[in-house]
Design a protein around this ligand. Structure first.
Ligand SMILES: [Zn+2]
Ligand SMILES: [Zn+2]
Length: 77
C-alpha cells in the first residue's frame, strides 16, 4: 500500500483512501506511479490486455495483472 500526498492540503494519505481524512478532498481520481511518482499514468484497457495475452501468451501474465501504465518511466503496475 502506497502513501500519497493530498493535492489539497498536503496530508499524507493512503492511496486506497477515497477521500483525504484531513480535508475530505477526493483522492482516488489520480493514480501515481509507485516508481517515479508521476501522475502521468494511463489505464490499461481490457482490450490491450487481451491483445498482449494473444501475442505473448504466458509471458504477458505480469502485464495482465497490471492495471496502469506510467507514461514517464513505462512502469506497469
Ligand atoms: Zn487533504
Ligand atoms: Zn513512472
Amino acid at each position: 500500500m502506497a502513501m500519497i500526498k493530498c493535492p489539497e492540503c498536503g496530508s499524507v494519505v493512503s492511496d486506497k483512501a477515497r477521500n483525504c481524512p484531513s480535508c475530505g478532498n477526493p483522492i482516488d481520481t489520480k493514480v501515481y506511479c509507485p516508481k517515479c511518482g508521476s501522475s502521468n499514468v494511463s489505464v490499461i484497457s481490457g482490450f490491450s490486455k487481451a491483445t498482449s495475452v494473444l501475442m505473448f501468451g504466458v509471458l504477458a501474465a505480469n502485464n495482465v495483472k497490471s492495471t496502469y501504465k506510467c507514461n514517464s518511466c513505462g512502469l506497469k503496475f
